[in-house]
Design a protein around this ligand. Structure first.
Ligand code: EPU
Length: 428
């Protein structure tokens, strides 16, 4: 167990480079299973969720060659297994992508239910609806999701809720199915487009990714490819908010500014200056932010994965801000930790009312999930004095070299062993 010690109150200054997108990487790696040849993936983020998904590929029989910390070659041709036990699926949601990928490759999949951040109920009914539309029979048996088909056949699937996971899983199952699959009301997140581009680079025939209708014409084979993952929208957004929240001036490099428009718009509304370049954005800010209301929505709306960071920033705004969570039922658990640091936030279901305070104060806190952890790092950078954050393994799931990147921007942040973290977690 490790914790972060942050001596906060210093504006972030300088340049930071953004890593590859976690949520693209954890979809692209299972997709490799559908290939008949070796795939080389570049700009892979070096984070624990990616390590966990690569481990599943390895356990299933793939040959893995690590070229360097951000490049890997995976040869899936020897994969024989189509069952994944719970010790491999319980830590991350994206393990459910192996259902679509294994159905696409073997016409059968058997996996323990996926874990991941706890935001209340996280059903997979829309994934199942898609698999069934393609002709699979899906049952839950002995605590395992079991999906099998004689042969998958393209079909129309209308998603009742816009779901990133269901859109990805149905694409994976459909890409080698017979005939045309149409996903209506599909998710439009950048990582959906990245997955489609990756699959197309292997010879798939996918059109419309990034719109709400995706058409997938099934192909018989997919070949090996070399592919570079897009920059991480949420990592970039987190550094943007950290720069604004500390009254800093930071150039955030290796980004796709188009993916950051909703975040930039809200930061500007709160009084920060965002300058957009071809592959970079600069965020500058001084003084307290202005109050600002935010509602999270599927892309291109304001991303739910930036909600805790934005709430933290607005906790010191001049006035009252309202944050409405439009994606998850229960994504305000971290607010108790911000309250310990002096924030004044009332949560009622999916709405948080933030009465801005003048400053946050340092306190011992713990990360309840990945983005909550990122938000507490921002809170620690804002609060003058020593903040300790426990349970940082959540943060390591999605942020490559966060201590090094923040230190490069002038933050005082250290990672240390936390012998009592396990104890504290058990007690909670
Ligand atoms: N939903 C259903 N039925 C389903 C699937 C989803 O009702 O079958 C509901 C969910 O309960 C939720 C909404 O639809 O209310 C959206 O869920 P979605 O399926 O889009 O989420 P996900 O695929 O499980 C991904 C990201 C999350 C991110 C959400 C929303 C990955 C691995 N995870 O989750 O990212 O919050 O999309 O954008 O891509 C993170 O990176 O920190 C993270 C949690």
């Amino acid at each position: 167990m490790e914790k972060f010690i942050i001596d906060g109150g210093r504006p972030l200054k300088g340049e930071v480079s953004i890593s590859g997108a976690k949520n693209a990487a954890v979809a692209i790696i299972p997709a490799i299973m559908l290939s008949d040849g070796v795939c080389r993936i570049e700009n892979l983020p070096n984070i624990s969720d990616v390590a966990a998904i690569i481990r599943i590929m390895y356990e299933l029989g793939a040959n893995i060659k690590v070229i360097n910390k951000n490049t890997i070659e995976i040869d899936p041709t020897n994969i024989y297994a189509h069952t994944i036990p719970s010790d491999l699926t319980k830590r991350m949601r994206a393990s459910c992508y192996f259902i679509g990928a294994m159905l696409g490759r073997f016409n059968k999949a058997r996996i323990a239910p996926p874990g991941g951040c706890d935001f209340g109920v996280r059903p997979i009914d829309q994934h199942i609806k898609g698999f069934e539309a393609l002709g699979a029979k899906v049952t839950i048996d002995n605590g395992m999701v079991d999906a099998r088909a004689d042969r998958l056949t393209g079909s129309s699937v209308y998603l009742d809720v816009v779901s990133v996971g269901a859109t990805i899983n149905i694409m994976l199952a459909a890409v080698k199915a017979k005939g045309m699959t149409v996903i209506e009301n599909a998710a439009k997140e950048p990582h959906i487009v990245d997955l489609a581009n990756f699959l197309n680079s292997m010879g798939a025939d996918i059109m419309g990714a990034g719109t709400d209708v995706i058409k997938i014409r099934g192909v018989n084979t997919l070949r090996g490819t070399t592919y570079s993952i897009i920059p991480d929208q949420i990592e970039a957004g987190t550094y943007m908010v950290a720069a604004a929240a500390t009254g800093g001036n930071v150039l955030i490099k290796n980004v796709i500014p188009k993916h950051l428009e909703a975040i930039s718009a809200k930061l500007e509304e709160a009084g920060a200056t965002v300058t957009v370049y071809d592959e970079a954005v600069r965020v500058q800010s001084k003084g307290r932010p202005k109050k600002c209301n935010v509602k999270t929505m599927p892309h291109p709306g304001f991303p739910t994965d930036m909600q805790p960071q934005m709430t933290t920033f607005l906790s010191v705004a001049d006035g009252t801000s309202i944050i409405t969570e439009g994606v998850w039922d229960n994504r305000f658990k971290y607010v108790d930790q911000l309250t310990l640091m002096g924030a004044n936030i009332q949560v009622d279901g999916k709405v948080a009312v933030i009465s801005g305070v003048k400053r946050l104060n340092p306190a011992p806190v713990y990360a309840t999930d990945l983005r909550a952890g990122a938000a507490l790092v921002i809170a620690g950078l804002m609060a003058k004095g020593m903040t300790e954050i426990e349970c940082v393994e959540h943060i390591d799931r999605g942020y490559e070299d966060i201590v090094e990147k923040l230190s490069g921007l002038g933050a005082s942040i250290k990672r240390i062993k936390a012998p009592n973290a396990a104890l504290q977690k058990t007690a909670l």
